[in-house]
Design a protein around this ligand. Sequence first.
Ligand code: NDP
Length: 272
Amino acid sequence: MDQYRVFGNPIAQSKSPFIHQQFALQTQQTLNYSSELVALDGFEAAVNKLIANNGRGANVTAPFKEQAFTLCDHLSKRAQLAGAVNTLIIENGLIYGDTTDGLGLVNDLLSNNVQLEGRRILLLGAGGAAKGVMQALLEQLPSQLVIANRTLLKAERVAELYPKHSVKALSFSHAENMTFDIIINATSAGLSGAKLPIADLCLKKATTCYDMVYGKEQTPFLKQAATLGVTNVIDGLGMLVGQAAGSFELWRNIKPETAGVLSLLRAELRTN
Ligand code: NDP
């Protein structure tokens, strides 16, 4: 049977096996998808083992996305720009790397009726997740895309990758007096419960705040935004399902339906 994995460390929290099992059932595909905890120095060995055991593909999550990028024999254009890979496609022993995070984010925003074209977007963070969504956001033709990060130099490096689009890089404090329609949190601050150093003044002018993080409770960033009166606050569960759908389609050449799987996950998150 065709084998698929999600590699990460930690990995116990991963919802990917559930999502892909649902996609496989729905599209009547016979495959096995499981999660694998990989030692911090064991990523390449884990991929080689999968290849030797009828592996056809894998998802890659933190902290291996950049290492996956260096391991691939071929890379998609969007993975090259992102410098990170979340999907491995294995064919004849060769590894093709792609990233579907941007697709997942954009599809989730659009399905929540958030128009991106002509809008001013602020992206918070300059790690793998932020880099992975830049190209997809720019393809939606926002009037402005600004990237702000705690470490300014990292935001500047990301902005430089898109010279045609005049992406601006800022520190958090410089965003204070600017106005954005949509603010997307791509930092990991929420995971530790830390409050982001983003000014209330900037946040409360937005119409949509999106957090790539999700959980049982509303994330600190979305709580802050909702308290300030932002009406549209969305967490990253839909992005998770959307990026998984992108990977599944790359592997199986079939587009799975996502709304039902998202509802199941949402219900599960509420009860656990
Ligand atoms: P990285 O470790 O690559 O980057 C972390 C980013 O968060 C950096 O920009 C870092 O800033 C910033 N950061 C961390 N702590 C703080 C803080 N206290 N205050 C301000 N900034 C902070 O992580 P990833 O980019 O891979 O992931 C980011 C988040 O996105 C994670 O929570 C991940 O779970 C989520 N994610 C969700 C997905 C989904 O499908 N919903 C998909 C991919 C990611 P600095 O550079 O200064 O260190």
